[in-house]
Design a protein around this ligand. Structure first.
Ligand code: PXP
Length: 239
């Protein structure tokens, strides 16, 4: 069975909307773990629009499963990761203008920066995942730069309009997951997944873990965090 890592950024978004002290993403993480989540994900953005440094440090102390830090490829974030020592770093592209991460990292058009960051983090004992679009070229480069895993961007599939586009987008995910597995890379998947789109992954056993935030936190507003996580876990168990 694939695992589920719950992203609690959106709890922090609600808190930051009022600059209040609640709701606390730390409390949400504890409830998610109690409901069976196998990991907690936070994206410490450069503009600190949701998760704060304080959240990351408390989470490092209290997360019982796995703390996954999503971060941009910057010196500041590398320094924080080396200090906090999350269980996994997922490197993502980041721009100030975006509402959320808009696509995978473009590995082909970059200099050596990403490879160097992967080396620095992994040499310090932190495994690194790279968030990439479902493309064999990106996976090949991810493999060459020695990452532990890739996280396949599922947002293109989730946002695709019309059956044909959806099918094509999903078949890219299937091909990417199988190719990455063949190269012995760990395979995570995430972005935009909800209680409906997750069902499409039935039979795709190459995926180690799904990283899901927005749909779970949205449901949690209505039914509570534990129930929202348990419902997603039940769907994943059925895949
Ligand atoms: N994976 C990555 C790399 C992300 O940037 C995000 C969004 O923060 C997610 C997964 C979770 O996406 P969503 O909130 O749409 O479930």
């Amino acid at each position: 069975m694939a695992g589920l890592a719950v992203n609690v950024d959106h709890v922090a978004t609600l808190r930051e909307a009022r600059k209040s002290s609640y709701p606390d993403p730390v409390a949400a993480a504890m409830l998610a773990e109690m409901a069976g989540a196998g990991g907690i994900v936070v994206h410490l953005r450069e503009d600190r629009r949701h998760i704060q440094d304080r959240d990351l440090r408390i989470l490092r102390n209290i997360v019982q499963t796995k703390l996954i830090l999503e971060m941009a490829c910057t010196n500041e974030m590398v320094g924080i990761a080396l200090d906090v020592q999350p269980d996994l770093v997922t490197l993502v592209p980041e721009t100030q203008e975006e509402v959320t991460t808009e696509g995978g990292l473009e590995l082909m058009s970059r200099d050596n920066t990403i490879a160097e960051i992967v080396g620095t983090l992994q040499d310090s004992g932190i495994p690194v995942s790279i968030f990439i679009d479902p493309s064999p070229e990106q996976i090949k480069v991810a493999h060459q730069i020695n990452v532990t895993m890739v996280e396949i961007h599922t947002g293109i599939f989730c946002d695709a309009e019309g059956a044909a586009k959806r099918e094509r987008a999903f078949s890219d995910i299937v091909d990417a997951a199988k190719f990455a597995r063949k190269l012995n890379l760990g395979v995570n998947a995430g972005h935009g997944l909800c209680y409906n789109t997750i069902k499409t992954f039935k039979g795709l056993h190459e995926i180690d873990e799904f990283s899901i935030g927005h749909s779970i936190v949205s449901r949690a507003v209505m039914v509570g965090m534990e129930k929202a996580v348990k419902e997603m876990l039940a769907l994943i168990k059925d895949l």
